[in-house]
Design a protein around this ligand. Sequence first.
Ligand code: ME8
Length: 635
Amino acid sequence: MNKKQKFYITTPLYYPSGKWHLGHSYTTVCCDAIARYKRLTGFDVFYLTGTDEHGQKIEERAAAAGKTPKQFVDALVDDIKRLWTLLDIEYDKFIRTTDDYHVSSVQKIFTKLYEQGDIYKATYKGKYCTPCESFWTQSQLVDGKCPDCGRDVIDAEEESYFFRLSKYKDRLTELLTKTDFLSPASRVNEMVNNFLTDLEDIAVSRTSVKWGIPVPFDPKHSIYVWIDALANYITALGYNNGEENMDYWPADLHMVGKEIVRFHTIIWPAILMALDLPLPKKVYGHGWLLLGGDKMSKSKGNVADPFVLAERYGVDSLRYFLLREIPFGADGVYTDEAFLNRINADLANDLGNLVKRTVSMANQYFGGTVNAPRSVAKDEYITAADALFNKTDAAMNRYSCSTALEEIFSFVSQSNKYIDLNAPWLLFKNGETEKLNTVIYNLLEGIRIVAGLLLPFIPRGAKAIFGELGLSSPNRLDNIKFGDTKCFKVGGGVVLYKRYDVKQELAALNKTDKEIKEEHMEEQVEQKAEITIDDFDKIQLKIAKVIACEKVEKADKLLKLTVRVGDETRTVVSGIAKSYSPDEMVGKSVVLVANLKPAKLRGIVSQGMVLCAVDGDNVVLISPEKSVESGSEVC
Ligand code: ME8
């Protein structure tokens, strides 16, 4: 049996230090589209993301919020996982640098490097940027300030362990200048000129930071955040710890924002050289999403909220905007207006109309059933449809989602023109049935190819298009060929993407942003405040018995429960699908928050919430210890 080729792709591990914004979504959605594309073209993909949870900044933020660092990061990790579910991100593993296996593996790496002389102890004197947790040399400062964030640096001195980075200068120079390890190539000069020319050893421990992994043989030192964070790419595969997935190493692609290219193309390969491990095949340093002319960033507070946008406009719209609007590698600007215009122009007008018009004509002229014509002469349109996979593939092999989408949407435009050019309504009027059949069939085939190629980018819409064509969506893209469909039985012509009134939406969005900010402030106050027994009394908890249960379509974490609460029957959506199967749930007694305001989840109105104990990914239902009537109060 042919073994599938492995493909290992990673996002950076994000700092859980504040609200998640569209910038994080950008990298994660790009990686998701690439991972999906690779799966659909026959690769065995491992897609890793996660959170980088140690360090001074997080310690400080947690203290300011009146929480322990762990409590503080736990809440943000829950949020980011919720965001990835919302955005249909299909990662294979979520690593947290506070996970035990990661901590012990990093300690072993540190000890090994120390024992072999790649790490040594000395005193560090330098310019330190507290927000970035980075030491800089004088020559790296820009106008005396931190080159990353532009803020003041301070003189700092401390006893540190150092990594002998300078030892790897020649190999690193060769890697960066003689191979295509770093893309886009335009970033290579910056690395070589700014960082490689006077490459110094770097401090890799801190005595001042308590929230970190202790150096095992000198625990007053914490392992500095970069060795801890970068090692995740191998610890997640089981390095030093069972090695269960090490055959995915070396990574095919580390996708990172341009501000951390330096760490991924200099420090990380040097650590791997010291560990005698193969190097990743590629680091891609993408550009920034800008808002108001500046990098969208938590510390600057100029962020767009992906939760608000995805909930209001749909996941596909947000994914599409991020993947299409930002030229890959370069910076891109986010404005609500550009976002709305993009959805209207591409998704609602071009794609939505193409599908709707074609399906309507198939219904009108052929009663919904369109058979393949007996013979089809290969014309310009068919040639373009057949070439589309190769064009998309070439773009995706360069990891350029924006170019791939440009190609696909250029064919969508060509398809719309094909309709106008062939005027099927005239063919119908003139009784040219055979030609009419060919035109509509060709269009449906063109749409099928488009829908297949769109699966990695806007999976929901693409699947909906297959539904409209009366076909199931394919699990491979590389063998889709024009003309393979024998017969289409089309749907009713649903509206795939709504067209928005931009002015009206801009007004509504501003209001939403403000409201959201206020809600968040309230949430924070609520989290800190103690509650009285009267407050608790407002919550009505009841025993409910599960009488039916099914999976919620396209939501791998959700189950739809039908429960009896006394004489009443209710529907409740619960995020327990990873821990319980629908069959297992039927017959169980659970605790229901019975007076929770109903909420719509994936189109289902959920009337209450089932209580669970949550321990990381382990979700355990709370059930009465002995049998008790459904509807009983829990107090
Ligand atoms: O740097 N535009 O974490 P971080 C595009 N923990 N991408 C953006 C963005 C923007 N405006 N803002 C953030 C760290 N990103 C380290 C990484 S890796 C072992 C450790 C994305 O939370 C982009 O991918 O600051 C960027 O590199 C990353 O978030 C930075 O995330």
